[in-house]
Design a protein. Sequence first.
Length: 85
Amino acid sequence: MPAKNTPPAADVGALSFEAALKELESIVARLEQGEVELDDSIALYERGQALKAHCEARLKAAEGRLEKIVQGAKGPAGVETADLG
């Protein structure tokens, strides 16, 4: 049973990084309050895991794009690790 006011998990892939992160922060806050029913808590946790995976994938993709930009025409010798943290 999905949590109240939570979009289906299938919608996670369509979210921007910022929207997914904002929703993940909201889920964490709700779960930390401890006032969510058990079934809703489980559904929220599952949604949070999907959002976390989505955010990680988006960050990894962005890191790859940044490395290509830094690399540019210089070839592999110009590759620098992107510091996103």
